[in-house]
Design a protein around this ligand. Sequence first.
Ligand code: CO
Length: 501
Amino acid sequence: MQTDYSIYCEKLKKIADIQYSMALLSWDQEVYMPAKGAEFRAGQLSTLAGIAHEMSVDQELGSLLDRLLVDTSLSEKEKRNVKESHKNYHIQKKYSTDFVVALNKTISASYQAWHKARTENNFALFAPVLEKLIELKKQECEILGYEKHPYDAMLEQYEPGARVADLDVLFDQVKAKLVPFVKKIAMAKQNDSDFLFKHFEKNTQWDFGIFLLQQMQYDFEAGRQDISAHPFTTSFSPSDVRVTTRINEYDLREMIWGCIHEGGHALYEQGLDAADYGLPSAEAISLGIHESQSRLWENNVGRSLSYWKANYGKLQQAFPEQLKEVSLDRFYKAINLVEPSLIRTSADELTYHFHIMIRYEIEKELISGSLSVYDLPSYWNHKYKDYMNLDVPSDEQGVLQDIHWSHGSFGYFPTYSLGSFYAAQFFAKAKEQIKDLDLQLQMGELKSLLLWLRENIHQYGKFYQASELCEKICGTKIDFEYFFNYVENKYKQIYEYADNE
Ligand code: CO
């Protein structure tokens, strides 16, 4: 017999079919599509997006969700699914067609303007359309609603439950603790890393990347790796989760930590409950939690000494010419170099958060209206001087470097920092609960760590909100202290800095 709940599941699975088909077309676009395919592909994707949108604001689905919301016979998980879908339904309903059309048009113009502005290193080409886009984003905050800060409405789209008030506390600590910590490191004896930039042949790198993914237990029967311009992970179901990587023959770091990072994202997606395909209980919680998975593997595991005790011998075997004279200790220090730099995507795991803090502070001001788009470049440069003591030589290496704003993705950047902070907190807990985890890492045994993540995080999908999940696992909400303890312990061994202030 068909119940309201089973009809609801069927409807959601159909919507998911459309959305995952779009994901497949987008994956192909980045990996295989010939240049001439772009125009029709854009049309195909937009048609499918329209169909998915119609299905998700369908009147019948709305009344079904209203009935289910008061259905007391549902299990706890079913209730959570319904609550989440009901919330999403009403968010979708808030947008008028006119607004969506205007926003999409402006985003597409803004992306083109940004691309041109960056290529020509000319911010003025981007400013007018960015100003228009920000006006629309401010309207969007009003459409979606918020309690305290309009930027809360932006955050909610990527990190449900996150608020300016909480992020301010976190970034105040970044400012109070991490900024002086990095200054202390800068004054210590510096380590060398030249050997990471020798020539590393492409195919050998590729094979080593595949080995690392296999070691992490990434399931190649439920995924594959390809090459793309920018590494990413995409999912068509928990049984087909794809990763891509990029190989730089003169910078070994890109492929290795790119693979581990995307592998971490992919393990999360492969660990979601396939039986609940299309339902919130088989979806990732938030971008911050997603990023916690990639960064836990990339940094807490993949940049640890224990992990390289297991793997450095194999890397040396793969590249004997380049690495035979380099000790594990030198290698470990080189892969953990800390140095303020201009470009976010190539920043180390400490100064990375300064890049995010700057963007977060700027976004809040753009959305609240206290900063004009035309003052953006000088404001940006001032902040880079302030936090990292860097002079920004050009807007191309400054305010024009990221794609996010041109896409209208305001509120996205903070999830990167949240990811690292959650990762440190989860990893501390995993270490506490898996007694010999460190020993396992030293032997290249990563299975029980994955199992821990599956049990504590992956299996639940969206059953919990990020903060609820964190409290459930760690007994406390997100706390910068975990991240700071992790970096303090790690970097005092890497840099022999003076401990007196
Ligand atoms: Co990521």
